[in-house]
Design a protein around this ligand. Sequence first.
Ligand SMILES: NC(=O)C1=CN([C@@H]2O[C@H](COP(=O)(O)OP(=O)(O)OC[C@H]3O[C@@H](n4cnc5c(N)ncnc54)[C@H](O)[C@@H]3O)[C@@H](O)[C@H]2O)C=CC1
Ligand SMILES: O=C(O)C(=O)[C@H](O)COP(=O)(O)O
Length: 388
Amino acid sequence: MHIVADENIPLLDAFCGGLGRLTRVDGRTLGPGQLADADVLLVRSVTRVNADLLAGTKVRFVGTATIGTDHVDTHWLARQGIAFFSAPGCNASSVVQYVLSVLSLFMVRQQRSGFDGLTVGVIGAGNVGGALVQRLLDLGASVRVSDPPRQEQGADLPFASLDDVLQCDVVSLNTPLIPEGPHATAHLLDAARLSRLGAGQLLVNSGRGPVIDNRALLARLQAPDAPLVALDVWENEPEPSAELVDECWLATPHIAGYSLEGKSRGTEMIAHALHQWAGAEFHARLASVLPPPPLSELHVTDHATPMDALHRALMACYDPRDDDSRLRGAFARGDAAGVPRGPVFDELRKRYPVRREPSSLTIAMPPDTAVQRTLSHCGFRVVEASGV
Ligand SMILES: NC(=O)C1=CN([C@@H]2O[C@H](COP(=O)(O)OP(=O)(O)OC[C@H]3O[C@@H](n4cnc5c(N)ncnc54)[C@H](O)[C@@H]3O)[C@@H](O)[C@H]2O)C=CC1
Ligand SMILES: O=C(O)C(=O)[C@H](O)COP(=O)(O)O
């Protein structure tokens, strides 16, 4: 079996080494010529998988080690009888970690001492948004959800109209990109909806860039009383609008799902599907493949409030300002050297530093149920240690 795979899929040798010949390619520039004798294609989100890429090849299995599938023409694959697998939920906890860290920075900026009275609107409550809603409810925030498909299915969530959700202090977008149909999300936040957001609010997009009309967002951010905006995903990736990057409070290069656990889980899920499809036994397990986390312990003193402790723990694990500075610094250096922004954006993603999820951080602290509860709600492991 000849497997052609994006070079940015981690741990593929550990998970698929025994299955056949493995050829690594640049997923962004992959063309049909590189698939001439491929049986299997494994991609991430930067490869458009459609008739233009695959017609005339003998590829019979496509896997994407991602949650999103908007880069894949699944209908065409189905018509050709080509097996297709994605990795639903693989990096959901990483995206939740990103949103909670952004939210925590916002709360510090607003000098809020806790979640009481904070309203958070979540648009799209699937694996990512649903987990986010649960965390926020556990933390004591007031949550409103816009997810018409789930509402029609009768899910038990605090549903509200999109207009009501847009009035929340914080609005988090966690939908797939759906170009058309009754629940289309392309430009879901257009100029009219963006005009309802104002000063003191925070808009976070870690779904897909085109869910917000980026030109309309730029115009909104250049007008008075603009909200704060944190964008991880952009229209026209890998070359987001330079002016929009400048206007954003936090700008990151589509890395919300880039925890080591999240990316590796994506590989594990498609490797498992590929083994099943090929009738081969699958033995590798993520826990045995991942290295131990570099940062394994944080000490919280008995003076810390739940909010202080949570902020410290979140920042110790993942501080989005680091990714924001890396993006702005790399763009500035690239602009000065005449390097186009696309390769700079992709390089930041390719060389992304190791980032671990809250479950990898053990927090040692004196007995304090309120602080412990808050940290546990966010996925941290808390152990009691007297005299910290
Ligand atoms: N920034 C990043 O690194 C990452 C981004 N993503 C993006 O996040 C998206 C969501 O991920 P999951 O929650 O795992 O997907 P999911 O498929 O589990 O959930 C998506 C939810 O969106 C809802 N939805 C669909 N149309 C809607 C509409 N018009 N308005 C409101 N809600 C709508 C669905 O009913 C569903 O509950 C992915 O499709 C992907 O595009 C995912 C992982 C990483
Ligand atoms: O899983 C998804 O969906 C994502 O957005 C990925 O985390 C994006 O990563 P790449 O596939 O672009 O490496």
